[in-house]
Design a protein around this ligand. Structure first.
Ligand code: GLY
Ligand code: MN
Ligand code: MN
Length: 510
């Protein structure tokens, strides 16, 4: 990649030289398209593609007679001419089935179908879905060799329109036609865009709507927000494909955890052992899936008491705990989110085990509450009560358990567990984040929902209210559950939870 300047400037060039890239000579331009094998046949259909129609149908039913615009988003610059690895907006991935690396600058448009006239919403009869994207240019095109963002020589072979259709089952058109498609009947057809996905597409939609006479920006933003909420809530209940992917993500995560746990002696010996753990897990995440689903938290000793410790630059010490919060994201973008707190030496000390067992009891209570028909927040209520009871029994709470659990006048227990117990999990680690409060925190758990249960206790080294033997101990245990008609299924059950089982597992790995 850094070799773009290696070629010496040619004697005759057809275009101006750039600072780091010589122009291309006429001889090169004549030579480069010659003698390439034809492109292979159509690619296989994505497994997700058998499920995306049903998801798009739900969006169609929610917004009859309106044009719905769901961009993937563009490449994000890391620095200068290098980009971050591409990751599409989660709603785009969900509605198209496209996963890792696909498809920068693409836009899914659901175009309403009418029996009557386009301004007669009552005659709307569903939508047709079209994926607009930048198809691969022929090898005669400058893009092939000169475009470092899209060119085949730079980023590999990209799809033609037909190939993308074979992959996704979607009708496909060139992104060059998007402007035309959005302008068509713009004065008669309502239009919503997923605003946060791509600022350029959002700007284009706003200009088209303004030109068509829609000038109330606040009303348009509100109607766009309804789309954002809808596509977020659409992911609250996972379909069979998604649940299978969540299980695969958890299985891959368990492999990564085992690799880290078995490498702890090396991590201790090398120094900066937190980084070593992060790197070992990342190796497995990239090998088995697309990436880690979020920045891994590898927090030893007192670092475990920093909830989002992702700097991971600490040493590991025998006798300390290490809190590992890590998840593999598959190529389909579904991610696990699992935490285990392990004794670096393989054996818990007595105070560590005391804290660990309290968190385990809280998690067990949370898991027991995770049943269809319960309210989402009841999982937290069950877990946090156990946390508060332990804190009270240990003499740490300045008030009764009931007073502390009273949200209006209490909350003292939160000093030692300030976060919630659960969140929805899926394509995003914090999935369905735009769902309404009444569908999420106050919503009812339904079969097919996938949530974490992850209580913790965090005793900072600087916490003078805590007995000295507990200071610097931080414990969280996190599993990924599927809600069913009966007991929840623990997708991450391959990793041990009980302290004895953790010790036995670690001994077996060494
Ligand atoms: N790893 C982030 C979380 O547990 O929510
Ligand atoms: Mn986590
Ligand atoms: Mn989590």
């Amino acid at each position: 990649m850094h070799d773009r300047t290696a070629t010496q400037p040619a004697a005759t060039t057809t275009e101006p030289e750039e600072p780091r890239t010589p122009g291309f000579s006429d001889a090169f331009i004549a030579f480069i398209p010659q003698q390439w094998a034809p492109y292979p046949g159509l690619p296989p259909r994505l497994p997700a593609a058998d499920h995306t129609q049903q998801r798009r149908d739900a969006v169609s039913a929610a917004f009859p007679g309106e044009r719905i615009v769901v961009p993937a988003g563009g490449l994000a610059v890391r620095s200068n001419d290098t980009d971050f690895r591409f990751r599409a907006h989660s709603a785009f991935a969900h509605l198209t089935g496209l996963g890792a690396d696909r498809e920068p600058d693409a836009v899914l448009v659901l175009e309403p179908i009418f029996d009557g006239e386009p301004d007669d919403a009552a005659s709307a009869t569903g939508h047709t879905a079209t994926l607009y994207f930048k198809p691969r240019a022929p090898r005669t095109d400058r893009e092939f060799y000169a475009d470092h963002r899209y060119g085949e020589m730079w980023v590999g072979q990209r799809d033609s329109l037909d190939e993308m259709t074979a992959r996704t089952g979607l009708a496909c058109r060139s992104i060059d036609q998007l402007r035309w498609a959005l302008n068509a009947d713009a004065d008669r057809v309502g239009m919503r865009v997923l605003r946060e996905a791509d600022a350029e597409v959002t700007g284009l939609v706003d200009r088209v709507r303004r030109a068509a006479g829609a000038v109330d920006a606040a009303a348009l933003a509100a109607s766009d927000h309804e789309l954002e909420v809808m596509v977020s809530e659409l992911r609250l209940v996972k379909d069979v494909f998604e649940l299978a992917e969540m299980q695969r993500a958890c299985d891959a995560t368990a492999v990564g955890f085992a690799a880290v746990a078995s490498d702890l002696p090396t991590a201790v010996a090398k120094g900066r052992g937190e980084r070593w753990c992060e790197g070992v897990f990342a190796l497995h995440a990239r090998h088995q899936g697309n990436d880690v689903g979020y920045g891994s938290i590898c927090a030893s000793g007192d670092h475990a008491n920093t909830l989002h410790w992702i700097r991971n630059d600490g040493d590991l010490h025998e006798g300390d705990l290490i809190l590992l919060d890590m998840g593999v994201e598959l190529d389909s973008l579904y991610t696990a989110d699992v935490t285990r707190t392990l004794p670096v030496s393989g054996r818990f000390t007595e105070p560590q085990r005391r804290v660990y067992d309290a968190v385990l009891a809280a998690q067990t209570a949370g898991i027991a509450a995770a049943r269809a028909g319960a309210t989402f927040h009841e999982v937290h209520d069950a877990a946090i009560r156990v946390i508060a009871e332990h804190l009270h029994a240990w003499g740490l709470l300045p008030v009764s358990v009931e007073e502390s659990l009273d949200p209006r006048r209490g909350g003292q227990h939160r000093r030692w567990m300030v976060h919630g117990t659960s969140h929805h999990l899926g394509i995003d680690v914090h999935d369905c984040a735009h769902a309404r409060n009444e569908s999420y925190r106050l919503g009812t758990l339904r079969p097919g929902m996938c949530i974490t249960v992850e209580p913790g206790l965090y005793f900072k080294a600087t916490d003078l209210l805590v007995p000295e033997e507990l200071r610097g101990i931080g414990v969280r245990i996190e599993d990924d559950l599927v809600i069913t008609d009966g007991d929840p299924v623990n997708l991450s059950a391959a990793l041990p939870r009980e302290a004895d089982a953790v010790e036995a597992w670690m001994a077996g790995l060494r």
